[in-house]
Design a protein around this ligand. Structure first.
Ligand SMILES: [Zn+2]
Length: 389
């Protein structure tokens, strides 16, 4: 842990945080594959040396793309650039071995559209990948917004740019081959599941498949995941009620059911606002995390908490006995839209951004986000602390 890291961790102790003291999330020294290589290149030297069987994961919420966002990214004829959206969070994303978010739009080429049926310039995907994201979830209520061609072209683009994805499939053959998604990295094998409550009433055209919240099917998929002998199973449900800051009964029941089925951790998306994170310890002293919603990572929404995002960091450590959630912590972000020339730009900022980098409106956004989410999380989170970057 670097002194800077130690200094920026917030030690909000509680009875359950003994095992969750200040976090230093480092990249492991052994890596496999292209994505891992990208991260190794960007890992800070001071924390590169680590135990070999350690895996750091970063989860963020929804990558939304309302029409003002792609209008803002339009830099020339048919050219879009999203670099500035991620410029202040990029180092934090790339510090992790694996970074994962929810792609809540389709990439079906022009004409583009915002809500209610999203279709986004391909450059958005380039921007997300350049920021350091390795894996996108796609089983969400907007994946069928542009029908069969939108669903398939989105998959095709992700494959062509070699970003991993989970949740939607062109047909049963590719689903059978690729789902549950098994990732081997740093000698740790994780299985990922992703499913959604629905597709906004838009039918999914055969032979496309969107993973749905169907406990019979999910149970089968978990069984299949276990046959790969994963060190850790993580479920990524797209669930809950929009704009509710607390999880509903159905989310809580499904979370309990998933844990009973053998899922180790649950990280949810969809409500567009952060919902609580709870870490509990089982009778074998293993920790299990449920983050009900990480909120919007980037959007054009401005209602309370919709411009606040959660970056959730997990560190898995594998010993001879088991793979444990060694530590976890979250950082707060907010989206600001400062004017740049004659247009407004979109930027994701850390909640820890100093006054000197912000205008007056942005300072108010930052302070409102901090106050609101910290109040919610102070009341309802269990076993996890905030960190600053
Ligand atoms: Zn959604």
């Amino acid at each position: 842990m670097t002194p800077a890291h130690a200094a920026t961790c917030i030690a909000r102790t509680s009875t359950l945080t003994l095992l969750l003291t200040c976090i230093c999330l480092s990249c492991a020294s052994t890596t496999e594959g292209q994505h891992a290589q990208q991260h190794a290149e960007h890992a800070p030297d001071s924390i590169a040396a680590d135990t070999p069987d350690t895996l750091t994961l970063l989860f963020v919420g929804d990558f939304m793309q309302h029409s003002p966002q792609y209008q803002s990214a339009h830099v020339a004829d048919n050219t879009y650039d999203y670099t500035e959206v991620f410029q202040f969070v990029r180092p934090e994303i790339r510090r992790h071995d694996l970074a994962i978010g929810n792609l809540e739009t389709t990439l079906n080429g022009p004409p583009y559209s915002g809500y209610p049926r999203f279709c986004t310039p391909d450059a958005y995907l380039n921007g997300i990948i350049d920021a350091g994201f390795d894996l996108l979830t796609t089983a969400n209520n907007h994946c069928a917004d542009r029908g069969k061609s939108g669903l398939e072209r989105t998959i095709y683009l992700m494959d062509s740019l070699r970003v991993m994805h989970v949740g939607t499939y062109a047909d049963s053959t590719t689903r059978e081959a690729d789902y549950p998604l098994i990732i081997n990295q740093n000698n740790i094998r994780i299985a990922l599941l992703n499913f959604t409550y629905g597709t906004n009433g838009i039918p999914v055209r055969s032979p496309n498949i969107v993973n749905m919240i169907d406990t019979v099917q999910i149970s089968r998929d978990i069984h299949k995941a276990k046959q790969s002998a994963p060190d850790c199973i993580i479920a990524l449900p797209h669930w809950g009620t929009e704009y509710k800051s607390l999880p509903g009964k159905q989310q809580q029941e499904l979370a309990r059911w998933l844990f009973r089925q053998g899922v180790d951790h649950i990280i949810g998306s969809h409500p567009h606002v952060p919902q609580p994170i709870v870490v509990q310890t089982d009778s074998l002293a293993r920790k299990h995390l449920v983050a009900y919603s990480l909120g919007n990572y980037i959007s054009n929404q401005s209602d309370p908490n919709t411009y606040c995002g959660i970056m959730l960091s997990l560190r898995l450590v594998k010993s001879r006995q088991a793979t444990e959630l060694d530590s976890c912590a979250y950082a707060l972000t907010f989206v600001s839209r400062p004017p740049v020339g004659r247009r407004k730009s979109y930027r994701i900022y850390s909640i820890n951004t100093p006054d000197s980098l912000l205008n007056e409106a942005e300072k108010r956004l930052r302070d409102n986000a901090a106050q609101s989410v910290r109040t919610l999380y102070g009341k309802h989170n269990i076993g996890i602390s905030e960190y600053l970057f």
